[in-house]
Structures are given as C-alpha cells and as structure tokens.
Design a binder for this molecule. Structure first.
Ligand code: SAM
Length: 272
C-alpha cells in the first residue's frame, strides 16, 4: 500500500477502500464522528498521540463558523466550499443561512465517500445546494461545471472556501495557482477563506504526522506563514491577517483556549 501511495504523485481516493486510511474519514474520527473504518481509526490514533487533534479540528470548524458569518454579513450570499469533508453539523449552508436564508452553496470534494454522504445529508430536495464530484487541482472543471454555474453568478461576490484542504496538495500540485484560478473568476467584493495546517511551532512532530499520512490516500503538506500568506495574493487580508486559528476574531473565550491553535494558519481575504 505504501509503495503504491508513495509513487503516485497525485493520489485520488477511488471508491471505498476500508483498508487504506482516508483523510476525510480520519478527520471524521478526530471530530468524534462514526463514518470511519478500523484503518482510519488506527492512523488517526497515531496522529492523536502526537497532539490535541480533536481540539485542532474543532478549532477549524469554529473558524468556519466565524469566517462564513463574517463574509455573509458583508453581503455574500453564494459560496463554493472546496474539500467539504464528512462533517454533519455547522456546514457552510447552515452557517450562511443564519444570515441569508436563501444562501446558495456548491460543495466540492474528490472523495466518492464524501459525495455519497454529502448527497444524503446536504442536498436532499434543496435546489440551492449542490454537490460537485471534482478535484480541487482542476479548478476549471469546478468553475465551468453546469452545477456550479447553475448556482453561482460570478458577476456577484462569491465566498470561496478552502478549509483544511490545501495542505493535501503538494507543491507540485501548486495550490497557489489553484487559488489564483478561482480569484480570476471572483467578482470584486468576493471573499476568500483559507485554513491550512503548519508545523512551524512543532517541526519534529510535523515529520511524524506526515509519515502517518504517507500511508493514507492523501499526503499532508505543512506550510509556513509566508507560504500560506502567498495564497492571498491579489486579496486584501482582513485583520488580524494570516493568524493562528484562535487569534482570528474569537467569539467566545473558550475558543481562545482550545489547544493546538498554533497548528493552523487561517485568514480571510477580500477581493478589491
Ligand atoms: N472543509 C472541511 C473542514 O475544514 O472542516 C473538511 C476538511 S477534511 C480535513 C479535507 C477534505 O478535503 C476531505 O473531504 C478530502 O476528501 C478533501 N480533499 C482533499 N484533497 C482534495 C482534492 N484534491 N480535491 C477535492 N477534495 C479534496
């Protein structure tokens, strides 16, 4: 398994393979979900032994809430959520609709397990939500998909959301050009939301964590503050800038106290 995974530079989950740890199902396990298999739990336990993974993931979900609410209050009513994952609460449309009850959301993931889950959980008969099965590394496919263009009017501001996903792209995949491809289509006034894992504060633990993901169906690529900041090229980064997750406008005192905040760089950009 390791060899196949390691020699394939652009790994893509195909079908359901319960024997290969899967990034989306590991994340589900960190968050206390039930959509995971033994191999996912075993790999996730190795990560959890290295740091406070559950709190790290919860902090990211809390940031999702704060950032989506923020740009929704600025008037954004349509969103593209790249790398949706398996979470079943406080998804982008639920948060956005606390501000705009008619908010429209395109969910995108490349993992067929996530797609099945998302179709069952999110789409239902709601015409203002859709699920696109696509790879973030192919932005044009996503931007030109009839499902995307049905819901997203690119003449209006759009929220483009990359939460916990760009660290599965290698430098060769060029996450910066992926973000830039979206930026080119985004109208002035649009918002970019990014959260990205970093091991700047714990380089040795970072090495051990990457070894676990080398056995999984997606690599883990920690990045520096400068590398994450460059994802905001062409955007005005809102205060407090590209920051550790607990520093990004916490609503409640306990959000500031969550352990492991230093594992995330997060930011929200505004397209001038
Ligand atoms: N965005 C959610 C959040 O932040 O809570 C879920 C993050 S989960 C850790 C990462 C998700 O990104 C997984 O569902 C995985 O399948 C998806 N993903 C990873 N690489 C991807 C790619 N190249 N294209 C599309 N989805 C990808």
């Amino acid at each position: 398994i390791r060899k196949a995974a390691m020699t394939n530079p652009s790994r893509v989950p195909t079908g359901i393979n319960p024997n290969v740890p899967n990034a989306a199902r590991m994340y589900d396990y960190y968050l206390g979900g039930k959509d995971n298999f033994a191999a996912d739990r075993e790999a996730a336990e190795k990560i959890m032994a290295l740091g406070p993974s559950r709190e790290i993931c919860l902090a990211n979900r809390r940031f999702l809430g704060r950032a989506i609410r923020h740009i929704a209050h600025e008037g954004i009513k349509q969103f593209i959520d790249l790398g949706t994952g398996l979470p079943n609460q406080n998804n982008v449309h639920e948060v956005a609709r606390t501000v705009h009850p008619d908010a429209r959301v395109v969910y995108v993931d490349y993992d067929p397990v996530v797609i099945v889950h998302a179709r069952a959980l999110l789409a239902g008969t709601d015409n203002n939500i859709t699920i696109v099965h696509a790879d973030v590394r192919e932005p044009a496919t996503i931007l030109d998909s009839p499902e995307t263009t049905r819901l997203i009017d690119f003449r209006e501001p759009v929220g483009v959301v990359f939460l916990g996903v760009l660290h599965y792209l290698t430098d060769a995949d060029d996450p910066w050009s992926v973000v830039a491809a979206f930026r080119e289509r985004m109208a002035p006034g649009s918002g970019l939301i990014v959260s990205h894992l970093t091991d700047d504060a714990h380089p040795e633990v970072g090495v051990a964590a990457r070894e676990v993901y080398d056995e999984a169906d997606a690599p883990l690529v920690h990045r520096s503050h400068d590398q994450v900041s460059r994802m905001f090229d062409g955007f005005r980064v809102l205060e407090p800038g590209v920051a550790h997750v607990a520093e990004w406008r916490p609503d409640e005192a306990w959000e500031k106290e969550l352990a492991g905040s230093e594992w995330w760089y997060v930011g929200v950009g505004h397209k001038p």
